[in-house]
Ligand binder design. Structure first.
Ligand SMILES: *[C@@H]1O[C@H](CO)[C@@H](O)[C@H](O)[C@H]1NC(C)=O
Ligand SMILES: *[C@@H]1O[C@H](CO)[C@@H](O)[C@H](O)[C@H]1NC(C)=O
Ligand SMILES: *[C@@H]1O[C@H](CO)[C@@H](O)[C@H](O)[C@H]1NC(C)=O
Ligand SMILES: *[C@@H]1O[C@H](CO)[C@@H](O)[C@H](O)[C@H]1NC(C)=O
Ligand SMILES: *[C@@H]1O[C@H](CO)[C@@H](O)[C@H](O)[C@H]1NC(C)=O
Ligand SMILES: *[C@@H]1O[C@H](CO)[C@@H](O)[C@H](O)[C@H]1NC(C)=O
Ligand SMILES: *[C@@H]1O[C@H](CO)[C@@H](O)[C@H](O)[C@H]1NC(C)=O
Ligand SMILES: *[C@@H]1O[C@H](CO)[C@@H](O)[C@H](O)[C@H]1NC(C)=O
Ligand SMILES: *[C@@H]1O[C@H](CO)[C@@H](O)[C@H](O)[C@H]1NC(C)=O
Ligand SMILES: *[C@@H]1O[C@H](CO)[C@@H](O)[C@H](O)[C@H]1NC(C)=O
Ligand SMILES: *[C@@H]1O[C@H](CO)[C@@H](O)[C@H](O)[C@H]1NC(C)=O
Ligand SMILES: *[C@@H]1O[C@H](CO)[C@@H](O)[C@H](O)[C@H]1NC(C)=O
Ligand SMILES: [Ca+2]
Length: 536
């Protein structure tokens, strides 16, 4: 099987298949890969090369829970390399090379499809609540900002070429959240690296995003203030948003499909003589709510960041907003404190427009992915699929719309049609990268990054529907390789999200500015009874 594929690829590339190196189990050694690296003059040390039998797993970090590493792999060789970058900095690269190779490379999880896959630790361990790795290590911040995965890409292509005796025919990148930022930074900065790039819920606007995450937390602070929205109200608010906004999109189905078009009146939750004190909103708490639902606009009416969308309330309590507790606020300090270097003296009360201006001036690691003219990527034939859940409260879907609109303004004067290379999908009822509020049960599964692992780490694609309409990776391949652009992606909600055995609902997610509309007859849980229509 493998030989046949190498022959097919070699034929495509006009090469002699017999000249190709055919890797075997015994070739999966540190010295094999170290020799490849030395031959190419890269400054890197192979730390391990691990033969993985069919159905085996790869767990380089020795996680104790199988939920944290990939299982049920095809027979592969997994390699871990330490790459010296600059000064004392280095980053780890992981490469999994399946013996039955599909001839393509994917940055992200996807060995099950047959891709040779890449990953990197970006030069440090951990980022979410601490940035101590960055203090006094500007080289590591650059690794994190963009350098590590570009280096990973170059190294990955080189090792693939040596190992299989042929370059990968197509190269793909997919990531969600900060992985989505990497996706976008990559296409902006290294348009030649990848043929197809998928970005989910991208935290692209680093300089504004991280400060907004702190800002939205502080609206509730200090804890137990008279303006702090109480814990019990979050669920009541989530239910009230559905009650008012679900029907306004034209179909009562528990899903808010057009949060932008909803005329929401939160004052219906105002406290009155009969309501329990912790289950209603005082006028001060309503003011807090208005801040959350409105853009962050600062000095001189400058737009800093978009707002929370209706339908995202279900994750506010456990997410960044919370109850204004110090512990929640501290989790949002890493960027200003450690990466911008403001130190422990920086308190949340100090966050103001000057902090935003400083962030823009410093842009630690040049991490922010705010280049809107991406014509170089379009000109080299690259394709970009971008999606965002409308119920995301960690990265506002507004940020994705804003990027799309800015990019559109930069492309149109150059005569470039967005639809030809860049399509945005706004997913009604999807939270951050995956899942949906219990009250909505919206279809959200389409095999995006991190989604398959919610079923289990041994699965891939959309079980039962492994095709380009239900799987965004296959949709990307069809666009890049066959020129078939996806007008919609069918999202699935399973009856049981961990067994994925039975479908509860499916419906199309249309590319912006189209929106899915129920045809008016037949089961609205069946994607066949929907079509894409122009939004406005
Ligand atoms: C692969 O292994 C075979 C058998 O041990 C050996 O002859 C060959 O040189 C190895 N190839 C590489 C590239 O290491
Ligand atoms: C390779 O990296 C090591 C460790 O960082 C460094 O000491 C050495 O100078 C580097 N060599 C080259 C050729 O860059
Ligand atoms: C994982 O365990 C192996 C075997 O005990 C060890 O060699 C390796 O260093 C460990 N890796 C990490 C990241 O702890
Ligand atoms: C490398 O690390 C050593 C020891 O921590 C430190 O003294 C030195 O300044 C570092 N060099 C660079 C270039 O960061
Ligand atoms: C060697 O590495 C360089 C980058 O350092 C890369 O451009 C080149 O393609 C590699 N060559 C081979 C044969 O893999
Ligand atoms: C806030 O109120 C809760 C519940 O009454 C209490 O447990 C907590 O200690 C209070 N926090 C502060 C900082 O007063
Ligand atoms: C008082 O508020 C509660 C919600 O807290 C609401 O259910 C009830 O209808 C309100 N009563 C009146 C008279 O407005
Ligand atoms: C706001 O606008 C005024 C008047 O144009 C200008 O002097 C000032 O520098 C601006 N402030 C900021 C923070 O940009
Ligand atoms: C929480 O933050 C407030 C305001 O910054 C501060 O006054 C208070 O001491 C902090 N509490 C704790 C327990 O750190
Ligand atoms: C970051 O970007 C600035 C402005 O484009 C550039 O001058 C600087 O060299 C970049 N720094 C790094 C580490 O790439
Ligand atoms: C391209 O189209 C051909 C013919 O329909 C099909 O067999 C192949 O699977 C498609 N390739 C991709 C990557 O979608
Ligand atoms: C969902 O599926 C998983 C995996 O098959 C199973 O362990 C679990 O019991 C199921 N949950 C329900 C509520 O049926
Ligand atoms: Ca609805």
């Amino acid at each position: 099987m493998y030989l046949r594929k190498v022959a097919a690829i070699a034929a495509l590339l006009g090469r002699d298949a017999a000249a190709s190196i055919v890797p075997t189990r015994s070739n999966c050694t540190v010295s094999t890969f170290q020799n490849f690296i030395n031959a190419n003059g890269t400054n890197a040390t192979v730390e391990s090369a691990t033969y993985i039998p069919q159905h085996g797993s790869f767990n380089p970090m020795n996680y104790t829970s199988s939920a944290e590493y990939t299982t049920n792999l095809p027979e592969s060789c997994a390699v871990q390399v330490n790459v010296a970058s600059e000064g004392n900095s280095s980053y780890l690269v992981g490469i999994i090379l399946p013996y039955e190779w599909n001839g393509r490379m994917l940055y992200g999880t996807g060995t099950h499809y047959g891709f040779a896959t890449l990953s990197s630790n970006l030069g440090h361990v951990g980022i979410d609540t601490t940035g101590t790795w960055a203090i006094g290590r500007p080289e590591s911040v650059v690794d994190w900002g963009y350098r590590a995965w570009h280096g990973t890409t170059i190294l990955g292509k080189s090792l693939i070429n040596h190992w299989y005796g042929a370059p990968s025919e197509y190269n793909y990148f997919y990531g969600c959240s900060t992985g989505g930022r990497q996706s976008m930074k990559n296409l902006q900065m290294y348009p030649e690296d990848y043929d197809g790039i998928i970005a989910g819920a991208p935290a692209w606007w680093t300089t504004h995003q991280q400060l907004w995450n702190l800002k939205q937390t502080t609206y509730q602070a200090p804890e137990n203030s008279t303006h702090t929205i109480p814990e019990k109200v979050f669920d009541i608010l989530a239910a009230e948003a559905i009650k008012q906004c679900d029907p306004q999109d034209g179909l009562v189905d528990s899903i808010i499909s057009d949060p932008q078009g909803c005329n929401f009146d939160p004052s219906r939750l105002s406290c009155n003589a009969t309501s329990a004190a912790d289950e209603c909103l005082t006028s001060q708490q309503l003011s807090t709510l208005y801040k959350l639902y409105n853009d962050w606009v600062d000095t001189n009416q400058t737009f800093v960041y978009g707002h929370m969308w209706l339908g995202s309330e279900a994750s506010w309590l456990l997410g960044n907003i919370g109850l204004g507790k110090n512990t929640t606020i501290e989790q949002q300090y890493w960027y200003p404190r450690d990466l911008m270097g403001l130190g422990d003296g920086f308190k949340w009360e100090d966050l103001d427009y000057q902090t935003v201006q400083l962030a823009e001036n410093l842009d630690p690691g040049n991490a922010t992915a705010d280049k809107f003219d991406i014509s170089d990527f379009q000109k080299r034939g690259g394709k970009f699929l971008h999606y965002h859940g409308m119920s995301d409260s960690y990265v506002s879907p507004d940020a994705s719309l804003y990027y799309y609109d800015q990019a559109s303004s930069a492309m149109k004067p150059q005569g470039i049609e967005m639809d030809d290379f860049y399509r945005l999908f706004l997913v009604p009822g999807m939270e951050h990268c995956l899942s949906t509020p219990d009250q909505m049960n919206a279809p959200w599964y389409f095999a995006g990054p991190d989604q398959a692992a919610t079923i289990n780490t041994g699965t891939y694609s959309t079980p039962g529907y492994r095709d380009a309409r239900h799987d965004i990776v296959l949709a990307m391949m069809a666009w890049v390789e066959n020129g078939t652009a996806p007008n919609d992606i069918i999202a699935t909600k399973w009856k049981n999200d961990t067994s994925a055995a039975e479908v509860l609902r499916q419906r199309p997610i249309c590319h912006y500015p189209y929106q899915a509309k129920y045809d008016g007859k037949g089961d609205h849980n069946d994607a066949a009874n929907w079509s894409c229509e122009m939004l406005y």
